[in-house]
Design a binder for this molecule. Structure first.
Ligand code: PLP
Length: 426
């Protein structure tokens, strides 16, 4: 039976899979998605297997389990296992890619201005090394049609453009970009395409093979709720011979021979692979609940948050109210601060947003935190709510992530508390 997306009581038993600290309303799954208890338990068992009989774990159990988990993830994201490798996170995947691709002097890499700050830095460094150029395209706001977005993006392409790098779901703005149309246009022009997809996995339907992209990078520790430190890199078969492991080891456990590009990434020295091995448990949990039901519920909550916040501020979001443009994250503008608030470049604010959200704090003190968004800290300190305030093109926005442990009462608390803070000039 499918649970109605608007029924908090019906969804409440599922919230118990997650153990969120009781002093916190966590509306930031998009930065760091906490794993549910069943996933934590599978990871714990794999760690115990290594700690209690290392020879049996490393020599006999690890490789078949790694390959089975990788193949399970590949099926989940719509490709075959041989096109995928486990990496710690999307950042590691993007670095492997940038270090492997042969760029030449004069080449261009095109990115949107909605790309994650660290991804911008990765391509700036790769381009600098090759005397190539990383070009950032400012997309028109508000988003209206996929056609308009795709046209605006490719206006900046030239015959020197080797690669475009776009998020599937953007980090500072929570927009589901029209990646299929971007892939089609890139292929038509003979330009390579790398999709940065950590927010897409589980949040929206994903089938990599039909997309026809060249590369896809992702973290599984966001919407899929797999353990922190689990992600993947997809490489289309035509490019696999280019991509090299940053850490060269045995690749496969001898006497197995290296036969495929992905074999080089299985054994990269003695390390903890428990996060990867628990990925199938995260997939099983969400598939058991039903992916369509999960998406309908979390989009319903995001839409509820969006509507209530728009009622509060009277300000319109940058995407139409349509699941084509946003999934489980609401993104709404906030009124400008009456006082002065130094504007940081997008990449810096986003880094601050991420580091802030991840700082381990018990109690609500935030002394000594590098503050880029004072309102975010005030919301945490005074309301006990974790929700990022993100500066984008000179406007501050709230990005509200909704997962299965969230409900409307939490959003109501956010809206009421935020209303008071804004009225108080915060
Ligand atoms: C669009 C995007 N790309 C890349 C990353 C980096 O992810 P990770 O820190 O898991 O490597 C993030 C993290 O928030 C992101 O939102």
């Amino acid at each position: 039976m499918t649970l109605p997306p608007d029924d908090d009581a019906a969804w409440a038993p599922l919230a118990r899979h997650w153990h969120i600290r009781p002093d916190t309303i966590y509306l930031n799954h998009g930065s760091f998605g906490p794993p549910p208890a069943a996933v934590r338990e599978v990871r714990r068992r794999w760690l115990a297997a290594a700690d209690e009989q290392p020879m049996d774990y490393f020599v006999r159990q690890l490789e078949p389990a790694w390959l089975a988990a990788r193949d399970r993830l590949a099926r989940f994201v719509g490709t075959s296992g041989g096109n995928l490798i486990f990496v710690e996170n999307a950042t590691a995947a993007m670095n492997i890619l940038a270090d492997s691709l042969p760029l030449a002097a004069g080449d261009e890499v095109l990115l949107t201005d909605h790309e994650y700050g660290a991804v911008q830095r990765i391509w700036q460094r790769a381009c600098q090394r090759a005397a190539a150029t990383a070009k950032t395209v400012v997309l028109p706001l508000p988003f209206r049609t996929a056609d308009e977005t795709v046209r605006a993006f490719f206006t900046a392409a030239s015959d020197r453009t080797r690669l475009v790098v776009v998020s599937h779901v953007t980090s500072p703005t929570a927009v589901v970009l029209p990646v299929q149309a971007i892939c089609d246009e890139a292929r038509r022009r003979g330009i390579g395409i790398a999709i940065d997809g950590p927010h897409a996995v589980a949040q929206i339907p994903l089938a990599i093979d039909p997309l026809g992209c060249d590369f896809y990078t992702a973290s599984c520790h966001k919407w899929l709720s797999a353990p922190f430190g689990s992600g993947f890199l997809y490489v289309a078969p035509r490019h696999q011979s280019l991509v090299r492991p940053p850490v060269l080891s045995w690749g496969r456990i001898p006497p197995t021979r290296i036969e495929a590009w992905s074999d080089e990434f299985v054994w990269a020295g003695t390390r903890d692979s428990s996060a990867y091995l628990a990925v199938p448990a995260a997939i099983a949990l969400l598939e058991g609940i039903g992916l369509d039901a999960f998406r309908a519920r979390t989009h319903w909550l995001a839409r509820y948050a969006r509507q209530r916040l728009v009622e509060l501020t009277g300000l319109e979001p940058i995407v139409p109210d349509d699941p084509v443009w946003y999934g489980s994250m609401a993104h709404v503008p906030l009124p400008p601060l009456s006082g002065s608030w130094p504007t940081l470049p997008a990449s810096e604010t986003e880094l601050a947003e991420s580091t802030d959200a991840g700082s381990v704090r018990h109690g609500r003190a935030d002394e000594g935190c590098p503050v880029s968004n004072p309102l975010q800290h005030t919301i945490w300190r005074e309301l006990g709510i974790e929700v990022p305030v993100i500066e984008f093109r000179g406007t501050r926005y709230l990005r509200v992530s909704c997962h299965l442990y969230n409900d409307t009462s939490q959003i109501d608390r956010l809206v009421a508390g935020l209303g008071q803070l804004l009225a108080g000039g915060k």
